[in-house]
Design a protein. Structure first.
Length: 94
């Protein structure tokens, strides 16, 4: 099956997310999906597609989730400290 023909449809994506939230391993998720449709050839995607979907989902959640927020705060803190180390303490003139 060509890569352009392999798609994870909306129902499969929802089921993958539920199974991942249940802390199933990626291979077990793929086997469960294959069992639901009868065989892996009827699924329309491969184990690598499931892995790629979960990886992309986790990366998106890191960017927009709590980790992304903490990362941006940490970056601002580092930049502020580097400026203070280079130019001395930042004084505000009101």
């Amino acid at each position: 099956m060509l890569a352009s023909h392999r798609k994870i449809n909306e129902v499969q994506a929802y089921e993958i997310e539920l199974d991942d939230d249940s802390e199933l391993k990626q291979k077990s998720i793929f086997q469960l999906l294959s069992t639901h449709v009868g065989h892996s050839t009827n699924l329309g995607s491969t184990l690598m597609d499931v892995k790629n979907y979960l990886t992309a989902r986790r990366q998106r959640s890191m960017v927009y989730g709590e980790v992304g927020c903490l990362s941006s705060m940490h970056t601002k803190w580092i930049l502020t400290n580097e400026l203070q180390m280079s130019f001395g303490p930042i004084q505000r003139w009101y």
